[in-house]
Design a protein around this ligand. Sequence first.
Ligand SMILES: [Zn+2]
Length: 223
Amino acid sequence: MIGDVIVLLGAPGAGKGTQAQILAEKLEFAHVATGDMFRDAVADGTPVGLLAKEFMDKGELVPDEVTIEMLDERLAEPDANLGVILDGFPRNVAQAEALTEALEERGGKVNAAPYIEVSEAELVRRLGGRWICRAEGHSYHEQSKPPATEGVCDIDGSELYQRSDDKPETVKARLAQQLGVLGEVVEYYRGRGVLAPVDGSQPIEKVAEDLLTAIETVVKKEG
Ligand SMILES: [Zn+2]
């Protein structure tokens, strides 16, 4: 029988991958990241992996049914009995509903959906603000790794520029779309009484601590 299932929610830039790893270690749960799951299934050449590869090779999105089937196979592995942290899934309400059904068939459910909340302005700062040097492609970040002199590479003195993908307007537009879909998934789990929001603007260790507390509170309340 499947152990506790934790769905970790957060926007890109919220630190979801890092926190999922920390939580999996502390709780001794399996960390199931959808990206890794795809790569493994394709590399192992499983039937569902080959099916997913067909879509990826065509540059198309892998349909929800295929992703769910892959996830269902992953959840059948023995380490899932200890508990699972899902990272990168579900991405929308249709996937969330499919996950609920797949878990019900295994006698399980989503026990907690911790949500790493970070303001849109902070996400734009984290995701944008990348500058690259023209000479060698050295990479800087306005917040986490600023150059000594604005607009100039520390190493070779060449000019720094922003790729169109890293410009605030582009980052904002992409983020707005992602936050809309995330908001629907957040509401889905709020409605099921398992949502556990945590302030994601804090340092990594504090966020991890709050996530653990939030998960324990929800799991206890649910019984
Ligand atoms: Zn440089």
